[in-house]
Design a protein around this ligand. Structure first.
Ligand code: SAM
Length: 350
């Protein structure tokens, strides 16, 4: 123990304790839940929608919460290691099937408000999440704006499109994750890519060489009583088929007697990987009970699959700890014995 008193305590804390995360455009906390499961502590949330704010308060009571990002100042954001932002996708989404305003749009353009705050604090890492339409909006010029903004702030950046169906979630949902690590050109790539894995793709053929049925073709449920549904849901959108014709016109549940219905909000919650009743307001909530179903559906359609966020967060945590160990090489701290560093740090240093 004598050794500990000679150490730089901030760095010792970093090796053995939790990292902190501030969440912007927090929605119902899909990113927050994933980061928390990976060991991060949520320090701050920013979200304008009253229903989402209620759900956030249910799951993160007492966490400071701001409303409109355009009114937030750096002074109100607690110091946090990483910042996350699943910024609005309305002006970028291909599901809109029309001209896209991209980052000039009133909603997706809130990215610039996020960057205003990033410039004022330069957190150690930032994680952005959006629809993959971000990559093609204005022929890629919008994505170039995102990369340039992060680069100008000193972030080394990597991006990758993930599909929720590869994370144990029964939904095809492709989303772009962008990771920026401050003053570090290599770490973002280490978070998102896995050189330790082979480049093999999942084969669509079974052991007998025959093509296996797609999960969309596979039907689950009771063939006599129902309900029946496809094993894999099409991407769930917040706005549903009213605008796009893409969501519940394809995602539905049916019964052998011919009845058909859209998914309930409990079912979309499960197809998004959330715990049961995650978006069910507590008794006494001020929301009109008739409208709760559509509010839940909308919020879940907008959210991030927590399992994908957890995967990214877990790898980011490992990279940040590696970075810290690297900086500590040759210092007193690295000369301490493993038991003095604590269980987690042993794994990091090994
Ligand atoms: C794509 S969703 C993010 C969902 C979130 N990542 C999750 O997992 O639930 C974008 C969110 O930004 C919020 N938003 C829109 N305008 C905002 C503003 N001016 N300030 C703060 N949040 C805003 C929306 O209400 C919405 O919940």
């Amino acid at each position: 123990m004598a050794c500990r008193t000679r150490l730089d305590h901030t760095r010792f804390r970093e090796l053995s304790l939790t990292y902190t995360a501030a969440s912007f455009f927090a929605g119902i906390g899909g990113l927050d839940l994933g980061f928390e499961r990976a060991g991060f502590a949520v320090t701050f949330q920013c979200e304008i929608n009253p229903f989402c704010r209620d759900i956030l308060e249910q799951h993160w009571p007492g966490v400071p919460r701001a409303r409109d990002i355009s009114k937030v100042t750096n002074a109100e954001i607690p110091a946090s290691d990483i910042w996350t932002a699943g910024f609005p996708c309305q002006d970028l989404s291909l599901a809109r099937m029309g001209p896209r305003d991209g980052l000039r749009g009133g909603k997706s353009g809130l990215f610039h408000e996020f960057m205003r705050l990033v410039r004022g604090a330069l957190p150690r890492a930032v994680i952005l999440e959006n629809v993959h339409g971000l990559l093609t909006s204005h022929r890629g010029r919008d994505f170039a704006i995102v990369l340039k903004a992060l680069d100008e702030c000193g972030y080394g950046v990597a991006w990758r499109v993930f599909d929720s169906k590869y994370f144990g979630v029964p939904q095809q949902r492709r989303r772009c994750f962008i990771v920026g690590v401050h003053r570090d050109a290599r770490s973002a790539g280490k978070v998102l890519f896995e050189p330790e894995r082979s480049d093999g793709h999942l084969t669509s053929r079974g052991h007998n060489g025959k093509k296996s049925p797609s999960l969309f073709q596979t039907v689950v449920g009771d063939p006599v009583k129902g309900p029946l549904t496809k094993a894999l849901a099409h991407c769930i959108y917040a706005e549903s088929a009213r605008h796009t014709g893409t969501d519940w016109s394809r995602n539905y549940v049916w019964y052998p007697d011919g009845r058909v219905r859209r998914f309930t909000s409990n079912e979309v919650e499960r197809a998004q990987g959330f715990p049961v009743d995650w978006t069910l307001p507590q008794a006494g909530s001020c929301f009109d009970s008739d409208r709760i179903e559509s509010k839940r559906y909308h919020a879940v359609g907008n959210s991030v699959t927590p399992q994908v966020a957890e995967w990214v967060a877990h790898r980011l945590g490992c990279v940040l700890r590696d970075q810290c160990v690297e900086q500590l090489r040759g210092t007193d701290l690295m000369r301490t014995t493993p038991c003095q560093l604590g269980e987690h740090a042993v794994a990091v240093c090994a």
